[in-house]
Design a protein around this ligand. Structure first.
Ligand SMILES: *[C@@H]1O[C@H](CO)[C@@H](O)[C@H](O)[C@H]1NC(C)=O
Ligand SMILES: *[C@@H]1O[C@H](CO)[C@@H](O)[C@H](O)[C@H]1NC(C)=O
Ligand SMILES: *[C@@H]1O[C@H](CO)[C@@H](O)[C@H](O)[C@H]1NC(C)=O
Ligand SMILES: *[C@@H]1O[C@H](CO)[C@@H](O)[C@H](O)[C@H]1NC(C)=O
Ligand SMILES: *[C@@H]1O[C@H](CO)[C@@H](O)[C@H](O)[C@H]1NC(C)=O
Ligand SMILES: *[C@@H]1O[C@H](CO)[C@@H](O)[C@H](O)[C@H]1NC(C)=O
Ligand SMILES: *[C@@H]1O[C@H](CO)[C@@H](O)[C@H](O)[C@H]1NC(C)=O
Length: 740
């Protein structure tokens, strides 16, 4: 049972300009500005291929139909108007001749000539709606600068400004309960421009509760014991402002429900009723002592990320056509969060690697699972990973960011980590963390708790930062799994034990909104595997680089051979920042034999494991020269090894190690025939930050008969369901149990 916390629920609401609301004549609140009802706004979208969230073919929704714009007379000025209309600060370019593919249906506008000050493309000069002599070969596109207009919200976002709803928070009634977060139960209050008020519960239904719980970060609602509040409410002076709330339960915000306003602090409007009280059920993540069960992929913060769904034991993504808030809310609630705050299209949270399962998902909002919603099956021709859908969910207020801070850094995003702790007398004070053992994992948790996204680096020494106001060390031996919500959930020493207890050896972080994410192409490994018996006289260089197993040292050089399991590795960066080696160029190691620099000592582990997980082939630790071998269309290569060039892997590019290059193998000379698991782990020491480490290992079932080798079921670490992964691990002994 989760801990119940009784409390006073406060909903902040500014009652201006609710388009869905019938404002009663008793209201004293006068609308300040009245933006155009959104239904009157021209809808604009970017589509086509290859498309990103900030570029594509322009389509306009007019008379119930999507159509394109002809490129005749098109200019950057038109592009500026369109980009601003889409919520971006400006355009960086435009395209002609259907660069993003040909549209279909109407060509809505032609010879468009904007002056630049227009708020909407329809205000620009043109030949008029539908009047065009073009074909779809001339469809125009725009490239917008990837920077949003501050406060801009598109149709997939609840427009909080328009509805004058500011924030939602909870405040407990019982003083003792104030310390227990999250607060899940209490009296509903709304805040509007003149202050706080309660909501009249006449005609209240559990559907209203569901909407409020969703806004507050909770997936489910429950019945409340009103008797508990009866006395309290009778003693309190009630002050109502909102009444007749009638949500259907699928809304993602109270402002979207029909409701009415009454004169503030007038008791007459709720005769026979009392202030609404609600109770919510937190998701498993937010119950006491609970560990995270599942995360959305690629999001910098809790409750946001790319949507991945499980089908036939394998995880896959959702295509973004028609992706909207009701569908996103179903996903959020299913994962234990509240309703959705935003529904993202265009792989805003990075691209997946696996199958794409669904398109045109059309949830109503009350479905238990996204699989219960109508959708279309898709084939890879319909959708690409650059259209992966993502969400940002409402999460309960936990106050975790108030128990940690960073100091001394050069920017807001870096510094020594300080935690709030209580002495035996209960006095709270800030203190530092011992740097020993502090790694990327611990830094990830600290940055997440701070609300600053990912950790780019975890630092064990911080002497080079300003140390004019340092505090004492209060924590040591911190060990996290990396998925905790706060440092207090990680293990640490009971009493402080730190070899170098000075502030300059305290733990530090550099946080970042975006980091890289490397993934190995598993099917390529499976397709390219073979055995080579390579003569020793061709392996001098490999021996020098430590690419052979230990027994090679005892061989009768240069006579004889080594048996090598060879395969190609294609390592993709599907993250949101380039992958760059941690070490600076000055510390790269020149390998004369292969005539290139190694920028990371250990970049991958190649292993062959037996049924009980023991390594049977010498774990080969490969270091590479990192570069962009090739990139997806529209992405340009940036890193090149030759001539002491910059090393790294650009987002959208991959580094290919062909099966026939030196050291791209596992030395299996000493391995007996049998069934094994072959494993490749990229960035195994998590030396460089990535948004997701669960996809860094790739595993295959491996059958070796003494002459030939077969790989099956090659997959990346997070591709299968837990149950399918267990079946896979049991593989040695039973071939052909292909997981499908
Ligand atoms: C509200 O007030 C306006 C003007 O004061 C009046 O014309 C209208 O009939 C009133 N509506 C109702 C429902 O009383
Ligand atoms: C209504 O009354 C309460 C209690 O007296 C007060 O705290 C609140 O600010 C008032 N609200 C307005 C809008 O006057
Ligand atoms: C999608 O395909 C599966 C099997 O391939 C089928 O069972 C299912 O009914 C299809 N769903 C839709 C919505 O077409
Ligand atoms: C706790 O309070 C007592 C009495 O005020 C004081 O003597 C003692 O030093 C305090 N302990 C700490 C750790 O602050
Ligand atoms: C150190 O603390 C003093 C006093 O609180 C403050 O004035 C000063 O700005 C602080 N220095 C830094 C670098 O934070
Ligand atoms: C992975 O390799 C396979 C086989 O060569 C190829 O068809 C596929 O396009 C690759 N995947 C990606 C994401 O590049
Ligand atoms: C694992 O298997 C190997 C050989 O198959 C055996 O020698 C070893 O004792 C096993 N280890 C464990 C922990 O069972």
């Amino acid at each position: 049972m989760e801990q119940l916390t009784r409390g006073l629920l406060l909903v902040l609401l500014f009652p201006c300009c609710l388009t869905q609301t019938t404002a009663s004549n008793t209201t004293s609140a006068t609308p300040t500005s009245s933006p155009q009802p959104r239904t009157d706004r021209l809808k604009v979208r970017l589509t086509g291929f290859p498309r990103k969230h900030n570029e594509g073919r322009v389509e306009l929704f007019h008379k119930g139909e999507w159509g394109t714009i002809c490129d005749d007379d098109f200019s950057i000025v038109n592009a500026h108007v369109l980009c601003r209309q889409l919520g971006f600060v400006e355009a960086t370019g435009w395209t002609h001749s259907a660069k993003y593919g040909k549209g279909s249906g109407k060509i809505w506008l032609d010879n468009v000539l904007c002056s630049g000050s227009e708020k909407s493309i329809e205000q620009c000069k043109s030949r008029g709606w539908g009047n065009s002599d073009c074909t779809h070969d001339e469809d125009a596109g725009v490239v917008c600068k990837d920077e949003r207009i501050p406060g801009f919200v598109d149709s997939n976002v609840i427009d909080v400004n328009e509805n004058k709803i500011e924030e939602v928070r909870l405040q407990p009634v019982v003083v003792a309960a104030k310390k227990k977060l999250p607060i899940t139960e209490g009296v509903v209050e709304v805040k509007y421009k003149d202050g706080w008020a309660q909501v009249c519960d006449l005609g209240w239904t559990i559907k209203n509760t569901r909407v409020l719980c969703g806004m507050l970060g909770f997936p489910h609602e429950r019945k409340v014991n009103k008797n508990f509040y009866k006395l309290f409410l009778e003693r309190q002076k009630s002050y109502f402002h909102v009444h007749s709330v009638a949500c259907t339960g699928t809304e993602v915000h109270l402002a979207a429900c029909p409701l009415e306003f009454s004169k503030p602090n007038s008791t007459s409007t709720c005769v026979g009723g009392s202030p609404a009280v609600i109770s919510c059920m937190p998701g498993p993540l937010f119950m006491q002592n609970s560990k995270p069960l599942y995360e959305l992929k690629g999001g910098a913060r809790l409750g946001e990320g790319r949507v991945e769904v499980l089908k036939d034991s394998e995880w896959g993504t959702v295509c973004d056509d028609r992706w909207n808030l009701p569908s996103a809310s179903v996903v959020c609630r299913e994962l234990g969060f509240g309703s959705a705050k935003e529904a993202f299209t265009g792989a805003r949270m990075g691209q997946g690697m696996g199958p794409i399962y669904m398109n045109e998902v059309k949830c109503v909002g009350h479905e238990k699972s996204i699989w219960s919603c109508p959708f279309r099956n898709i084939t890879s021709e319909d959708c690409q990973h650059m259209e992966d859908a993502a969400v940002r969910c409402n999460i309960p207020y936990m106050g975790l960011e108030n128990k940690i801070r960073i100091t001394g850094g050069r920017t807001q995003n870096e510094g020594r980590v300080e935690v709030l702790s209580a002495d035996p007398n209960g006095t709270l004070s800030w203190g530092l963390i011992c740097g020993e053992g502090w790694s990327t994992k611990e830094a990830m948790v600290a940055c997440r708790q701070l609300g600053l996204g990912y950790a780019n680096q975890g630092l064990q020494e911080t002497w080079y930062w300003d140390s004019s106001n340092v505090t004492d060390m209060v924590m040591s031996g911190v060990k996290c799994t990396g998925s905790e919500l706060s440092l207090s959930q990680c293990q640490h020493h009971k009493t402080i034990s730190c070899q170098k207890a000075a502030a300059k050896f305290s733990a530090g972080v550099i946080c970042s909104e975006t980091v890289s994410d490397l993934v190995l192409n598993a099917s390529l490994v499976q397709q390219t595997v073979y055995i080579e018996d390579r003569p020793l006289h061709m392996l001098y260089c490999a021996a020098e680089e430590d690419c052979l197993s230990k027994s090679a040292a005892k061989a009768n050089w240069p006579y004889g051979h080594r048996r090598l399991l060879r395969f190609s590795s294609q390592i993709h960066n599907i993250g949101r920042a380039d992958f760059k080696p941690k070490a600076g160029r000055h510390s790269w190691v020149w390998h004369a034999c292969h005539a290139h620099y190694h920028s990371m000592d250990i970049f991958t582990h190649y292993d062959l494991l037996n049924a009980n997980g023991t390594k049977v082939a010498e774990g080969h630790k490969a270091s590479f020269c990192l570069e962009d071998t090739d990139c997806h269309e529209g992405v340009s290569k940036r890193y090149e090894c030759a001539n002491f060039g910059d090393q790294g892997i650009t987002v959208g590019c991959w580094d290919l190690y062909r099966h026939d290059i030196d050291c791209q193998w596992i030395d299996i000379t000493d391995v007996k025939p049998g069934n094994y698991i072959m494993q490749v782990v990229i960035n195994p020491n998590q030396e460089v930050a990535e948004s997701d480490f669960t996809n860094n290992a790739m595993k295959c079932n491996c059958k070796y008969d003494g002459h030939r080798i077969w790989l099956h079921n090659c997959h990346i670490g997070d591709a299968f369901s837990e149950e399918a992964e267990r079946r896979f691990e049991k593989y040695p002994g039973q071939l052909n149990n292909k997981i499908s």
